[in-house]
Design a binder for this molecule. Structure first.
Ligand SMILES: Cc1cc2nc3c(=O)[nH]c(=O)nc-3n(C[C@H](O)[C@H](O)[C@H](O)COP(=O)(O)O)c2cc1C
Length: 164
């Protein structure tokens, strides 16, 4: 039997891990839907598999669950306001945004650092979250620097020091 760990201690561990910020999208008929997600990672390059974790309580979860494909937009450093909107419960998060459907209909946001469209493979239920795995079927990237997220703060790469 595992001993209960103090949630604050676990949170402190996660605050040590640096990520980017993505907007995971799908289409609900003609309506674009999406939420901010930093639980994104590459699973393998060959084949090109990725995963994202989405909380079941998210209003986007149901439509993602029913989708065959999803979009993953890696936000650029100047898209902090986009990250905040997609982390909110706003009714039309795409209002005023420039976006276009990918080849399989997933909304891809203009100005992102990179974006992929993924054919969903597994939907692994992990308590409060679903882990969606999938195969990258479309990929694009730009010169825009990615937005960085660390310990609850948004950072730019220009604020980081090359320590290699
Ligand atoms: C930087 C950042 C990262 C986030 N990462 C995730 C994540 O990985 N998975 C998730 O389900 N929610 C994540 N969230 C929270 C959702 O974006 C948030 O709950 C959102 O309001 C859900 O919107 P919806 O209910 O309209 O789908 C994150 C929020 C922020 C600000």
């Amino acid at each position: 039997m595992d001993r209960e760990l103090d949630a604050e201690r676990v949170r402190a561990v996660h605050r040590k891990f640096v990520t980017g910020v993505t907007v995971v999208t799908t289409a609900d008929g003609d309506t674009p839907r999406g939420l901010a997600v930093n639980a994104f990672c590459s699973v393998s390059l060959e084949p090109p598999l990725v995963l994202v974790c989405v909380q079941k309580s998210s209003s986007t979860h149901g439509v993602l669950w029913r989708s065959t494909h999803l979009g993953i937009n890696i936000l650029a450093a100047d898209q902090i306001s986009v990250a905040r909107v997609f982390a909110s419960k706003a009714t039309d998060k795409f209002a005023g945004l420039n976006w276009a459907p990918g080849p399989n209909g997933s909304p891809l946001l203009a100005g992102s650092s990179a974006a992929v469209e993924v054919r969903i493979g597994e939907r692994l239920e992990a308590h409060s979250h679903t882990v969606f795995t999938g195969r990258v079927v479309h990929a694009e990237h730009s010169d825009a620097e990615p937005l960085i997220y660390s310990a609850g703060r948004f950072l730019r790469t220009s604020e980081l020091v090359d320590a290699s």
